[in-house]
Design a protein around this ligand. Structure first.
Ligand SMILES: Cc1ncc(COP(=O)(O)O)c(C=O)c1O
Length: 499
């Protein structure tokens, strides 16, 4: 197998750099087509008259950049969709428009434009006896198959190349300045957040951010916090871990009943104003005003969980609460819904005087997240690749939501659907008297995973996500759920007439 590469014409100071450059140009220009097999390293080294190590390193670098795919024992090939230049603006995740076609390109499209090398993946060993999961209707996840692998890899490659050696030391406990600056701009543009980079702390996801925040507030003397009920379980778990007393604040169709805050006597309140989890309610303008007034009057801290604000379908955008009162509200966000939980990056935007204490707690518990990941995220956001990804994913969610709602109307007409105007999940209110936990257990037996809406005061209800249920699978998923509902209804003890 011959490959014409002109190292003399290639730029670069070392042989390895010139080999990388020549190979990259061959792929970018389309001279090496997607799927094309490259010579073995020994063969190419002999052809070029260089040591084998030069070629091994050049292949590894181009694989890291996403141009090549290396399979153990299977040789090295040009990645699907690699032509056109990964570094070129606008090329991130654009595999569907790239040359290639055929089965490889198709498989790669389903993975953010990058061929997934299953041969090298060790399958997980099952750790419980649960029946195999056929339909994943859990609400917390974005579409995992939509993760922009190619764009992420390219961003990571650029971050690694740009990072000077001295930045490989311990990172700043509040996070990489590049990401904090990019986030300040992005959150201002997309969510109406008003801040400066110095008030942002980058965390390992929102949950860890709240952990740090509760700890910092407890150190300042906070004792009691009000949390939405029904609400995100993480609020309660993190507050309890920091030794704070938790007080539930009820939620209705206008969001959390913040007018109760005065009588609850709390130091802080945690809530999700733009899209309450799990009910989907939006905090009404009156309550937003009342909440800000409470914080002003009492010095209480408002913590805003803006977990999935990028996804809304048939209602107008709702700006962040933080934008109304940047000096009173802690704003929290995460990459877990826009990209994937595996990214493990989140951020807190803090009022004056709180960024320092939170960063101090972060230093104490191990420091900021990996700088390389932070810089990759900064690149993804700053280059516009995240916006493009979100546009694509919104279209997906619209289709999948429509398919799920259609199947529910057909198969489960007695179930009421709420909270589907935004986000990635809906609430299904079950017929009165049904045990939601029993329905969830019966669903799991049928291969369907979903969550129960935990509200002892409300009707039985389930929380179902549609991000990982493709439009063609929605019918089967809902049929299995309908079967579980029927089985649970049949198993109910007969209604006894009063004597
Ligand atoms: C409502 C809500 N808030 C926050 C989070 C936390 O996200 P992270 O993965 O960033 O910790 C989740 C995760 O499932 C969530 O559902």
């Amino acid at each position: 197998m011959d490959l014409l590469l002109d190292l003399d014409a290639a730029s670069g100071t070392t042989l390895r750099k010139r080999a990388e450059h020549a190979l990259r140009e061959a792929v970018r220009s389309g001279r090496l087509a997607p799927g094309a097999r490259l010579p073995a390293t020994r063969t190419l080294a002999a052809q070029l008259g260089v040591s084998r190590g030069v070629v091994v390193e050049a292949y590894a670098q181009l694989a890291a950049e996403g141009y090549l795919v290396t399979r153990r024992g299977g040789g090295t090939t040009v990645a699907a969709g690699a032509a056109g230049g990964l570094g070129a603006p606008g090329a991130c995740g654009a595999a569907s428009g790239a040359a290639g076609g055929g089965a490889t390109a198709h498989a790669a499209d389903a993975h953010g434009g990058l061929a997934v090398d299953r041969a090298t993946v060790t399958p997980f060993r099952a750790i419980d006896d649960a029946p195999p999961l056929r339909h994943d209707l859990r609400p917390a996840l974005p579409a995992l198959s939509g993760f922009p692998r190619r764009a992420w890899l390219a961003a990571l490659g650029r971050a690694l190349r740009a990072l000077p050696d001295e930045r490989l030391g311990y990172p700043h406990p509040a996070g990489a300045p590049e990401l904090r600056t990019t986030l300040a701009d992005y959150l201002g543009r997309v969510r109406g957040v008003r801040t400066v980079p110095e008030r942002i702390v980058v965390t390992n996801g929102f949950r860890q951010g709240v952990d740090l925040l509760w700890e910092a507030l407890a150190e300042r003397g906070a004792r009691r916090v009000a949390l939405e009920r029904p609400g995100w379980r993480g609020w309660y778990e993190t507050a309890a871990a920091a030794g704070l007393e938790t007080v539930p604040i009820p939620v209705d169709r206008d969001g959390a009943a913040v007018e109760l805050l005065d009588e609850l006597g709390v130091d802080a309140v945690g809530l999700s104003p733009a899209h309450q989890f799990p009910t989907g309610a939006v905090l009404s303008p009156e309550r937003r005003g009342a909440l800000v007034a409470w914080a002003q009057r009492t010095g209480g801290v408002v913590v805003e969980d803006d977990y999935d604000a990028e996804f809304r379908y048939d209602r107008k955008p709702i700006g962040s609460l933080q934008g109304l009162a940047p000096d009173l509200v802690v704003y929290g966000g995460t990459a877990s819904k826009t990209l994937a939980p595996a990214v493990r990056l989140g951020w807190l935007v803090l009022p004056p005087g709180l960024a320092e204490p939170v960063a101090r707690v972060q230093r104490r518990v191990g420091g900021a997240p990996a700088p390389l990941d932070q810089l990759a995220l900064a690149d993804l956001v700053g280059s516009g690749a995240l916006d493009r990804h979100l546009r694509r994913e919104r279209r997906r969610y619209l289709r999948q939501r429509a398919a799920l709602l259609e199947a529910l109307a057909r198969e489960l007409p007695a179930v009421e659907v709420h909270g589907a105007a935004a986000g990635l999940h809906a609430v299904l209110v079950l017929p009165a008297g049904l045990d939601a936990h029993a329905v969830a257990a019966a669903s799991r037996e049928r291969g369907v995973a979903l969550e129960v809406l935990d509200d002892p005061d409300g009707p039985p209800a389930l929380v179902v996500g549609y991000s990982n249920v493709g439009e063609h699978a929605a019918g089967a998923a809902v049929a299995a759920l309908a079967d579980a509902v029927a089985a649970t209804t049949a198993a109910r003890p007969p209604h006894r007439r009063p004597a």
